[in-house]
Design a protein around this ligand. Structure first.
Ligand SMILES: CC(C)(COP(=O)(O)OP(=O)(O)OC[C@H]1O[C@@H](n2cnc3c(N)ncnc32)[C@H](O)[C@@H]1OP(=O)(O)O)[C@@H](O)C(=O)NCCC(=O)NCCS
Length: 404
């Protein structure tokens, strides 16, 4: 672990973005010959060429395609756990290279999840949807809508054990709340807090400097061996307790396993190596005094203000010893300092903070008020619940580690 192979043994497929079909030949989105199918390797590369300008950020198209190919080989995605989907029309002719026309595309990642009811926990398979895309030339014709309708149906049984149905799927919308809601993925509460970078404890304006003596940095191996197994055990306990406390309300969660963290870190490692020739080895911090921990990940955006250190998951033991708020404050401070070391202009961002986390952030901010804001345009965490229509569902730990 830690030995990060920038160029794993991945054979690159030489291709380009396919020439768009003339608009007069495009089918109606309601056409019965339109179908959603898993993409071939060639079609997958063509999708990356088409969507590169939307998601490559500071990378070149070639670097972006290498990253996407690299991401397919992580614990979370390998062996068919990621599916690349294309919306195509069987009436249209296949290209000379054998690729089918791509009217729209997306990806789904298989995830281990939970459903808690009345204190009982069931493990299940769920999916996260990402990279929903329709090329510019085809937009506004209803292809993405048709794709989401087909995908919603497919995911009810996709990669589920024979005879069983999925309970839910998730996605993070960058285009607000309404488009996906129209297809069944309803926006959840989507809170977040942001903290600025700081140079060190002495630069804090507040009187309440937290006790950082027990704070230790975490690397990938610590996450795999100790922190993620502990995070899973805590989450399972929380789900049991919370679903018992609110009977008949389904409580769902995505398992905070090492596979999720490794996938986020693979993106991070790739960007850091490619852009700065640096290895971001510090993946979080724990406080030995209380057992609290933060797992984080650096994310580089298209502009420097969007470079952020994201907290992937906050680990707070159910039976935490000592002062949890002050312990989390010490860990947040460590994250702010790490963000400074990496010049993350956008500071530290944390999704779905618990009241203890908000209080901890407030204690660091001094007299300045820590604002809990709502994500309603970007990264809008959305849930498609397949149980009862209109049923209230609680998503426990809807934090950044789940994002894809
Ligand atoms: C979003 C996208 C997939 C829509 O594809 P499309 O085939 O044009 O979509 P459809 O024709 O089926 O539906 C268009 C609907 O999406 C809405 N929409 C499209 N882009 C939007 C945006 N940036 N913000 C909000 N809504 C948007 C349209 O307003 C329209 O809504 P309406 O049906 O109420 O009129 C396409 O614009 C795209 O690929 N954008 C770039 C990548 C991206 O942002 N993907 C989403 C990531 S979460």
């Amino acid at each position: 672990m830690g030995s990060f192979a920038m160029k794993p043994d991945i054979s690159v497929v030489e291709t380009t973005a396919p020439v768009p079909i003339p608009s007069s030949e495009l089918p109606a989105s309601s056409s019965p010959s339109i179908t959603l199918v898993p993409a071939t390797l060639l079609e997958r590369y063509q999708c990356w060429h088409i969507n590169s300008h939307s998601w490559r950020g500071p990378l070149s198209t070639e670097q972006y395609i290498s990253r996407e190919a690299f991401l397919e080989h992580q614990l979370l995605t390998r062996e068919g756990k990621i599916t690349y989907w294309i919306l195509t029309d069987t009436f249209l002719s296949v290209g000379a290279d054998g690729a089918r026309p791509i009217l729209a595309a997306c990806e789904t990642l298989r995830k281990e999840g939970y459903l808690g009811r009345n204190g009982n926990l069931r493990k299940l398979v769920t999916h996260g949807v990402g990279s929903v895309f329709c090329r510019k030339e085809y937009r506004g014709r209803g292809y993405a809508s048709r794709m989401m309708t087909e995908l919603g149906k497919s995911l009810e049984t996709w990669q589920q054990e024979k005879g069983t149905k999925a309970s839910f799927s998730v996605l993070w919308s960058d285009i607000g709340r309404s488009f996906y809601a129209a297809h069944g993925w309803k926006a959840m509460s989507n809170t977040r807090i942001s903290l600025p970078v700081v140079s060190g404890q002495n630069s804090l304006q507040t009187q309440n400097k937290p006790d950082c003596s027990g704070v230790r940095d975490l690397n990938a191996q610590d996450l795999r061996d100790r922190i993620c197994p502990k995070a899973i055990a805590i989450l399972e306990t929380n789900l049991r307790l919370r679903s018992e406390h609110r009977p008949n309300i389904p409580h769902i969660a995505i398992r905070p396993d090492y596979d999720h963290m490794e996938w986020q870190h693979a993106r991070e490692n790739f960007q850091a190596k490619t852009l700065f020739d640096r290895d971001p080895n510090i993946k979080g911090a724990e406080d030995l005094a209380t057992g609290c921990a933060l797992i984080w990940c650096r994310v580089w955006g298209e502009v420097p203000q969007n470079n952020k250190l994201h907290i992937l998951h906050t680990v707070i033991p159910t039976d935490v010893k000592g002062d949890a708020i002050s312990s989390i404050a010490a860990l947040l401070l460590r994250a702010q300092m790490e963000a400074k070391t990496w010049d993350m202009h956008g500071g530290v961002e944390l999704w779905s903070p618990t009241p203890d986390v908000v209080n901890a952030a407030q204690s660091l901010a001094g007299i300045e008020r820590v604002q809990t804001t709502i994500r309603d345009k970007e990264s809008v965490c959305s849930l498609r619940w397949i149980g009862g229509e209109g049923e209230e569902v609680e998503w426990v730990a809807d934090e950044r580690y789940c994002w894809c």
